[in-house]
Design a protein around this ligand. Structure first.
Ligand code: XIL
Length: 356
């Protein structure tokens, strides 16, 4: 009797295990068929995984049909590359130039995309009128407030995320000596966020920087600043990690993940905001495969930490700031100069498809 029971038990267990396995298989099979995988762009899979896929774009690039097609197919988020920057949108004290940003905002709306306001307060691409010798802290705080208030009010409810402060930390891990920091002092950051919140309390407000991807002196400083802002209940919603990477080597994924986690623990959203992975101009297939791996691993980490957006600093190597800013480098994006998808594109899709 005992033997029969034992046999029955073994048989039932076997039946259970095999049925689970078939179920699992069926599930995997069901999710996407091969035509969907082949035909859909990144944004389709991003939507399924709860992450926005984005690109930098310029107003001029809206005239490039082929490029626009790639963006529409793959992205549900755009960041105007230069148009929101102070020198362009507010070139003199009384003059605002919303023409180009209007076009990009309309493009985002027509195509159901989110859009980022990049950027309100930065040390670079500022017009000279902002400060002159003798400008006081109070005057500069007022200039900043008027700028933030006018730009954000104009786009209230239309621009989802703002890089309120960009690149506040210097490479040595100290606060950067920008005109803001030198004239107003360290509190300029807090002031900027308060002005932004006042202008549009529903917008998501970010601090954005480069070389803060893993745990290092620069990201430690940022962490300290952000932790303080949070403790003081200054309205800040997230951190933008630019990720302009040198693709000759892989970054430290473990450290990146741990870094993201500590900012997340402060209750903040994580976004990759300007990803590109530059390669030496005469790159090889090995380089392209390493680049693909980097893109893919970063996507995996973002999905694991539930970051909200994965934004690349362009889609095609035809339009990239890399060759003119990093001499000898290029090939940093996921489509080549002829708009062919590169291994990095395939890898991103693969990670998104498989990461259920
Ligand atoms: C770059 C643009 O891509 C260039 O077209 C422009 O000439 C200079 O700025 N960090 C940022 C971005 O926050 O605004 C920068 O964009 C790249 C580095």
């Amino acid at each position: 009797m005992g033997k029969v029971k034992g046999l029955l038990f073994v048989l039932l267990t076997l039946l259970f295990v095999t049925s689970c396995a078939t179920d699992k298989k069926a599930n995997v099979k069901e999710e996407f068929d091969s035509a969907t995988i082949a035909n859909e762009g990144l944004k389709f899979f991003g939507e399924k995984r709860g992450i926005y896929i984005g690109t930098a774009i310029t107003e001029g690039q809206l005239n490039d049909e082929k490029f626009v097609e790639i963006v529409k197919k793959n992205c549900n988020y755009i960041t105007p590359e230069n148009e929101f920057k102070w020198e362009n949108i507010h070139p003199s004290r009384k003059v605002y130039n919303f023409k180009k940003t209007d076009k990009l905002v309309a493009f985002a709306k027509e195509n159901n995309m989110k859009i980022r306001g990049h950027t309100l307060v930065w040390h670079s691409q500022n017009p000279y009128w902002i400060a002159k010798p003798g400008t006081t802290a109070e005057e500069l705080k007022e200039t900043m407030k008027v700028h933030i208030s006018n730009v954000m009010t104009y786009y209230k409810g239309q621009v989802n995320d703002w890089d309120v402060v960009n690149e506040a930390i210097a490479d040595n891990g100290e606060l950067r000596e920008s005109i803001w920091q030198l004239i107003i002092g360290d509190e300029y950051i807090e002031h900027a966020f308060k002005c932004a919140y006042e202008a549009d309390p529903n917008a998501k407000l970010y601090i954005n920087d480069y070389n803060i991807e893993d745990i290092n002196p620069k990201s430690n400083k940022l962490y300290e600043i952000v932790k303080n802002l949070v403790a003081k209940k200054v309205p800040i919603h997230g951190v933008g990690f630019q990720f302009h990477l040198d693709g000759r080597w892989e970054p430290d994924y473990v450290s990146i993940r741990a870094n993201f986690e500590r900012f997340k623990k402060l209750g903040l959203d994580i976004q990759i905001t300007e990803l590109d992975v530059r390669l030496p101009k005469n790159y090889s297939e090995v380089d392209l495969n390493r680049q693909a791996k980097i893109y893919g691993e970063l996507m995996k980490i973002m999905l694991e930490v539930k970051g909200s957006a994965f934004i690349m600093w362009g889609m095609t190597d035809k339009y990239s700031w890399v060759p003119s800013f990093f001499s000898g480098f290029g090939g940093a994006l996921i489509f080549d100069e002829q708009y062919n998808p590169k291994p990095a594109y395939m890898k991103l899709k693969e990670v998104l498809v498989k990461s259920k």
